[in-house]
Design a protein around this ligand. Sequence first.
Ligand code: DAK
Length: 263
Amino acid sequence: MTTTLVHFFELQKGVGVLEIIRPDALNALNTSVLQQLSAHIASLTRNQNLSVVILKSSGDKAFVAGADIKEMLDFSPTQAFEFSRHGQSIFKSISELPQIVIAQVQGFALGGGLELALAADFIVASQKAKFGLPEVGLGLIPGFGGTQRLVKRLGLARALEWTTSAEKYTAQVAYELGLVNRVVEPEQLASAVETIANAIAAQGPRAIRAAKRAAQAADSSGGELGYEFEAQLFASCFSGAESKEGLSAFVEKRKPDFRASGR
Ligand code: DAK
């Protein structure tokens, strides 16, 4: 029997919810989660009855703690490239959904988790949420389009600081930088998102779809090249010892030593 890792339901008329359910691994994105996500996205792409999709996850602690580090441990550069292109295409489909996608972020949105939130149209966060791209601490770079989308959202200089420092930022900082639309108290998060979703769903459905396409056209500079380049660079991270050290260190619950000889 297949475990349900991504669940979809209709919350109200015009509003759907897509929920990632993998709380024991802080909702980390493994191949099964991505496959189930992909299947739901494919059916949402054809769904004309919904104006809004709320993207959320299980548990209090994390929205999504990233791509599944344990699964990535044994990737070859070729597998990494395939995984990155597959992941990018899913995330691209999310950003191209006809509905307005709201990421409801209650806790850690790290690495692939932040990239997933960035693929949504906007983010509403709990005061307890934390955002960051810790991949360089694993000897990697973001692989799901985050290097591209964060630059668009924060500008080059800030995005580069986020991508290379591996620092975690509070919801308030993310709000001040324009990454997050609203920050609310943890117990208000679900109702705040629902209120925004219902307000959008009450408007003309065709107008909502047209408004999203028009806004995205204004934001479409850069094109495909950056994503392709990101996938190639992500794959190249797997051709040396550095990512092996970073990924193993996480699994073995120790600090990585990137400076040891031969790396
Ligand atoms: N993958 C797998 N398991 C994870 C995980 C992850 N990303 N994050 C947490 N877990 C697991 C932990 O291993 C632990 O499992 P057990 O030891 O209980 O079996 C469980 O979730 C609870 O985590 P902790 O015990 O660590 O909980 P703490 O409260 O102490 O810490 C934390 C919470 C979020 C600060 C910590 O778990 C953490 O630092 N997690 C890793 C965050 C991280 O580095 N994320 C970035 C992952 S790399 C790609 C595209 C994109 C990417 C990669 C490839 N392609 C398309 C190829 C992106 C890369 C990433 O996202």
